[in-house]
Write a protein that binds this ligand. Structure first.
Ligand code: DX5
Ligand code: ZN
Length: 213
């Protein structure tokens, strides 16, 4: 299993320090949340900040776009060094085309589903999805509490992936902590995003290690 700390919960005035903490931890990816204030009711950070993060981050950048019309920025995020680029199902009219465009730029293509969006909308595209991000909170803010219905969705997603013999990774995003992590892994999750659980901990590296265990 992989851990992706979300820098949304980092101290933005000490970003380099927090990036180095993740570099030296057992974490696997950096999870970067980009919000446009339209698709979600919050604005986080954008290109200049991601460029600055990329200078110090020594692990893959897992970029989660919570923006409308994400196609406009695929080239930009490739240039910024994203390894994984996830778009929201709810924000894409031509999802198949969008995923092809992401892959063409050399990134792994991810699709995020809001808590209300059922797994079965991906039946005809799951083979094209390299990372499936299941939102376990309503996107827009860190520090919210985990939605219990997510376990069921992880199991359904795993079933679909196995049925199609797809290599899609299941990533769970929102409210992840040391308590729900084992149940999520048991249900079939491959990647766990953790923001506030990691960065609000007295010892963030230990918090990462505790989930990994
Ligand atoms: C929510 C973001 C999450 C968030 C996770 O919109 O997509 O990645 O940063 O933060 P926590 O772990 O605090 O819920
Ligand atoms: Zn996210």
């Amino acid at each position: 299993m992989l851990i992706a700390p979300s820098l949304l919960a980092a101290d933005f005035a000490n970003l380099q320090r927090d990036i180095e903490m993740v570099n030296h931890s057992e974490a696997d990816w950096f999870h970067l949340d980009v919000m446009d204030g339209v698709f979600v009711p919050n604005i986080s950070y954008g290109m200049p900040v991601i460029q600055a993060i990329g200078k110090y981050a020594q692990k893959p950048l897992d970029v989660h776009l919570m923006i409308i019309d994400p196609d406009r920025y695929i080239d930009t995020f490739a240039t910024l060094g994203s390894a994984i680029l996830s778009v929201h199902y709810e924000a894409c009219t031509h999802l198949h085309r969008t995923l092809q465009a992401i892959k063409q730029k050399g990134m792994k293509a991810g699709v995020a589903l809001n808590p209300h969006t059922p797994i079965n909308v991906l039946e005809d595209i799951i083979e094209e999805v390299e990372v499936l991000v299941l939102m376990s909170v309503n996107p827009g803010f860190g520090g919210q509490s985990f939605i219990e219905n997510t376990y069921k969705k992880v199991r359904q997603a795993k079933e679909l992936i196995l049925k199609r013999n797809s290599s899609t990774l299941i990533e769970v995003d929102g409210g992840v902590n040391v308590k729900n992590a084992p149940k999520l892994i048991e249900a079939g999750a491959d990647v766990l995003v953790a923001g506030s659980f990691v960065f609000n901990a007295d010892n963030p590296q230990e918090a990462i290690a505790s989930i990994k265990k």
